[in-house]
Design a protein. Sequence first.
Lengths: 141, 245
Amino acid sequence: MFKKQEIENFKEAESIIGQSVKVEGDFIGQGNMIIEGVVKGSVSTNGNLRVGSQAKISADIAAANALISGEITGNIKVKGDLELEASAKVTGDIEAKSICVARGAVLNGKCAMINEKTKNAAQQPSAEKIEIKQEYKEADF
Amino acid sequence: MHIYIFDYFLNQKNSAAIVAKIETRLTDLGLNGKNCHVGPLKSLKSIVKEELKNNPKTIVAVGNNSTLNQLINALDEENNTTIGIIPVGKNNSIAEAFGIADEDAACNVLSARLIETIDLGKINNQYFIASAVIDNKETIIEINGQYTIEPAGPGQTTIANLSIGENAGRQSHLNGVLKINITINTKGFIGRFSDASFIQTKHAIVNNLAHKNFIIDESLEIKTPANLSVAAQKLKVIVGKNRLF
């Protein structure tokens, strides 16, 4: 699913972290990112994120779409597609619109799917509370 | 009026023929102006400061990357003078990036007078046109005060305002960012291979715990810690058609 667009998505990566590079802190970008090295802290981008098989990330991740092949200790929050390849090891919670997990990938954590229904469901309880309060008020009279 | 500043190394006897050839060609093209020669008692900086009082139209550096770097750092902050380059000898990668192959081409380029405004990189209080390079060993780069990058292998870190060289390609000269390229060279079982990283930023602070220095524009050394930023649309230069931007 992801692989068909993979080349187009990462052709012009704004940030590339190679295998022999270590990043510490809030690694924030605007475009596509490719991480093959070590990152500690947090990773955030408005574009697509690719984590290579040699990468080791100890950080919470936020991206538009993500393709994971390496090791991540932290929560992953993706607005669109999240794909875990066979070599991926994720210890943390994941949240995405759609998820693809390859055979052999390791995931230890909660998994939540985001779509329009779950978004609306999250907003509904406050409206129901208002209706119940009104019923009780009418019953009092 | 054009001011031509001939670098110190052109005072030698073996450069006399080239200097005469340049002066003749400029006269033929109707570009003759005031020729100034850097000497033991007359630095490039002092020549520029003196000539700026007369509001010259163009100041042309006759020499190499080092000559051009000294010229841009001798100008005033509010300066609006157009800069040119006539490359002579080796170490002229910046002139090549400007689309100027040699001294003959340079005279034609000056005659055509195609002007571009470019960003300049700034490292501590020094400007640079192309790049600042430092060894990877014990180098730590802080980006925008948000995160740090540490290369963990031998190689070099290049902080480029204008990428030059074989792999430069066409690029924007006004993107207002510095491009940080970290290259790590390692030996594998089969042979050597290199690992490349790339970041874009407007501001970086670089420190080197082994006290190694930056080399800017392949000519000048700057000590660390170094504060790097971009001076947007800072300099007007005369360029050729085959420029890399």
